[in-house]
Design a binder for this molecule. Structure first.
Ligand SMILES: O=C(O)c1ccccc1N[C@@H]1O[C@H](COP(=O)(O)O)[C@@H](O)[C@H]1O
Length: 212
């Protein structure tokens, strides 16, 4: 059965067009200055305006304050906010209420000890993103191309839709889906030829591997 795909970290027209043509259900724009995939509000708005209904436009932010989110939400047509920092469950609830947009909360997983957080966030977010935990001292909290041990979440389910992320590639996607049972997946560096540079051939290959 095909899985739904989010292509994250899109920053130019060629990458966005490739993701849409290949059948991505979500496209993500990164609003985090330290990322090689960071876009400005102007860049994201210019890209998002051409995304047709049926493909969800997601803004990825990291511990963003209200002023930052106010500007993004006011100027970029969006369908979802992805919180990828240390936002608490209370902050997730606050962001949902303030903007009236679905919120997906990313949770980093490296060991069993990280699993209870998934339940806590599943109680307040519209979706959860089960990602590899960034290594200590890493400049980015995600987008590092690292996978976690998928056996940790094998057979686990939550009361909201969830996505698998972290180090996914066209080559390991089938195994990741088989091991975890994920019905939605999110990829960034695995479809790039260099950090921040999306590769149209790899995007197509990833969507092919997803059964699309
Ligand atoms: O992609 C980024 O640059 C990024 C920056 C800050 C937080 C999260 C980021 N990306 C997200 O990380 C996961 C996994 O990415 P990868 O496939 O391992 O490169 C994914 O959810 C991205 O949306």
């Amino acid at each position: 059965m095909p899985v739904s795909v989010k292509i994250c970290g899109l920053s130019d027209r060629a990458g966005l067009d490739a993701a849409m043509a290949a059948g991505a259900r979500y496209v993500g724009f990164v609003f985090f200055a330290k990322s090689p995939r960071a876009v400005t509000v102007e860049q994201a708005a210019a890209l998002a305006v051409d995304v047709p209904p049926g493909i969800a436009k997601v803004a990825l932010v990291v511990d963003a304050d209200d002023a930052t989110l106010d500007e993004i939400v006011a100027r970029v047509p969006l369908d979802m906010l992805q919180l990828h920092g240390h936002e608490t469950p209370e902050r997730v609830a606050e962001v949902r209420a303030r903007y009236g947009l679905p919120v997906m909360k990313a949770v980093g997983v490296a060991s069993e000890a990280d699993l209870p957080a998934l339940n806590a966030y599943a109680a307040v977010a519209d979706q959860i993103l089960v990602d590899a935990k960034a290594p200590k001292g890493a400049p980015l909290p995600g987008g590092n191309g690292l996978a976690f041990d998928w056996r940790l979440i094998a057979g686990r389910r939550w009361p909201v839709p969830w996505m698998l992320a972290g180090g996914l590639t066209p080559d390991n996607l089938a195994e990741a889906v088989a091991r975890t049972g994920a019905r939605q997946v999110d990829v960034s560096s695995g479809v790039e030829r260099a950090p921040g540079v999306k590769d149209e051939v790899r995007i197509r290959a990833f969507l092919d591997a997803a059964g699309l």
